[in-house]
Design a protein around this ligand. Structure first.
Ligand SMILES: [Zn+2]
Length: 207
């Protein structure tokens, strides 16, 4: 019998999968009832230098600010107040700057975050979904990122290797079935069908 104990594992997480998983884990900290987004900034040495998720500004009691998506008065929605994950990841950086870094984020960044990404000197954005592609915010964002020469690419990651066995709770095989030609982003929390929010993510990917 061959002793394989000297061989390394082959099914370890690749760097991009690992960083996107960190972004998604961070998103689970968000208190936003309708949208949980995480971002992870990585330098050229594959070191994480910033993590963030969407939330109200520091020191502003998030029980006193609205979380709704629509209201008669725009001031009663979350939009004027909430800080996006990209902003928080940049502001939370633990290095002198984030020049030349890559940002991993679930959603394509809006125009306001594109401004921050450009001014912070990031070189690339990797995202999973561009579901608001046709909105003015995303159109403006692409325009700015293109002009600034910042790369952006949509990617779908294979984290299925985190789960060797398929069980009803995580619906691993279901997802593979629906996206047979693509890799599927998969971490346990996201695909736990016992939770309403995680069901949301399930739909979000299948879209
Ligand atoms: Zn944004």
């Amino acid at each position: 019998m061959t002793d394989i104990s000297f061989l390394k594992r082959e099914d370890y997480l690749e760097w991009p999968e690992y960083f996107m998983a960190v972004a998604f884990l961070s998103a689970q900290r968000s208190k936003d009832p309708s949208s949980q987004v995480g971002a992870c900034i990585v330098n050229q040495e594959n070191k994480i230098v910033g993590i963030g998720y969407n939330g109200m500004p520091n020191g502003c009691d998030d029980d006193l600010l609205p979380w709704s998506r629509s209201a008669d008065d725009p001031l009663d929605t979350k939009y004027p107040y909430v800080c996006h994950a990209e902003l928080n990841a940049i502001m939370n950086k633990n290095s002198a700057d984030v020049k030349g870094c890559i940002m991993y984020v679930a959603l394509f960044p809006c125009n306001e975050c594109a401004k921050l990404i450009i001014q912070a000197g990031l070189k690339e954005v990797v995202y999973l979904s561009d579901k608001y592609h046709d909105t003015p915010e995303m159109t403006a964002s692409r325009r700015l990122l293109n002009l600034a020469g910042i790369q952006y690419r949509e990617d779908i990651f294979l984290l299925g290797k985190l789960f060797d066995d398929v069980n009803s709770r995580y619906h691993v095989s279901h997802c593979f079935l629906l996206l047979p030609a693509k890799k599927v982003m998969l971490i346990g929390l996201l695909w736990d069908t016992h939770s309403i929010h995680n069901n949301y993510y399930l739909k979000y990917y299948i879209d």
